[in-house]
Design a protein around this ligand. Structure first.
Ligand code: GLN
Length: 305
């Protein structure tokens, strides 16, 4: 039944060619704009896919919940909460902002909070800290993920706005280490290549309380998984988070590479890849496909049967 619904939703969304891929760096502008993959992985490890489920693309902002997860595991929730709030901002992902009262980034899903989370990763030096990030994502995906060096070089060459955010965070004491190092780690994490299949397994690992259902390896404790999913619910879709909760009703995260990851705790992980984006920076087909899957499979977390 799930296999048929996945195939139907894929076929239904395929015709929509609206939106444009991200074009702030040449590597993203050069992707195959009409690629489309849809993949569903259950919390007990069954995987259903349609379309380009093995095409690589950069994870971009979908990295944010996973680095936040590692920061929580490394520093503990209280220390992280001192630096990063969990309030939905209703702002664009790259807004240069801090909460005026607390002087903290509003949440870890916008760049200010994500760069702060990257600064909190443990390790002896920058190389070890990033390696720990890469290994953490790899445990969620159940395979070794790698950086797309061309995308990383472009992100690092053009990332003035993110550097500005890093320096702002340093000046307010949210980051008390080298801001360039934290921003560089953020560029690298955004440049990790994944496939739609990988993202579905990462989503299913969150759905399965932090245990990867394919490898059976624990990627995150169940308490921290709950925390990460909570923040994804309120803040994962940027300034479209409210509409997403009403129409899809699942914790989720999108990235400008064209990926969307959504989770129904205890049940299912969903991933979509389609690079054409709407004005919020969310994948057009990704949003449509998640809406349709949610409706047909009755995935909305407030749905009562
Ligand atoms: N690398 C991008 C940035 O920070 C990622 C943003 C995103 O996926 N929304 O600008």
């Amino acid at each position: 039944m799930v296999a048929r619904i996945v195939a139907d939703v894929y076929a239904e969304c395929l015709a929509d060619r609206s939106g444009e891929p991200a074009d702030y760096i040449p590597e993203l502008a050069a992707v195959q704009a009409d690629s489309f993959g849809l993949c569903v992985a259950t919390a007990d490890g069954r995987v259903y896919g349609a379309g380009d489920v093995q095409a690589p693309f950069t994870i971009q902002s979908i990295s944010k919940p996973f680095t936040y997860a590692l920061a929580l595991a490394d520093r503990g929730p209280a220390a992280v909460a001192e630096r990063i709030d969990v309030e939905p901002s209703g702002e664009a992902f790259n807004e240069i902002s801090l909460d005026p009262v607390t002087a903290r980034p509003r949440n870890p899903m916008i760049n200010a909070g994500a760069i702060s989370a990257a600064a909190l990763i443990g390790g002896r030096d920058a190389a070890e800290k990033f390696e720990r990030v890469r290994r953490c994502y790899s445990r969620f995906a159940g395979r070794e993920l790698r950086v797309n060096e061309a995308v990383y070089a472009s992100e690092a060459r053009t990332g003035y706005r993110n550097r500005a955010i890093g320096y702002m965070l340093r000046s307010f004491g949210v980051i008390d280490s080298d801001p360039d190092e934290a921003v560089d780690r953020y560029f690298r994490q955004c440049s990790i290549d994944v496939t739609c299949h990988d993202l579905a397994v990462m989503a299913a690992t969150l759905a399965n309380n932090g245990v990867n259902p394919l490898t059976r390896e624990r990627a995150l404790s169940s308490t921290l998984t709950e925390q990460v999913l909570s923040v994804m619910t309120t803040c994962g879709m940027y300034d479209a988070a409210g509409e997403w909760v009403s129409t899809v009703g699942m914790p989720a995260k999108s990235g400008v590479g064209g990926g969307i990851l959504a989770v129904l705790p205890g049940q299912i992980g969903i991933a979509v890849y389609s690079p054409r984006l709407d004005r919020h920076g969310n994948s057009v087909r990704g949003v449509a496909a998640c809406r349709e899957l949610s409706r047909r499979l009755e995935l909305h977390f407030l749905h009562v049967t």
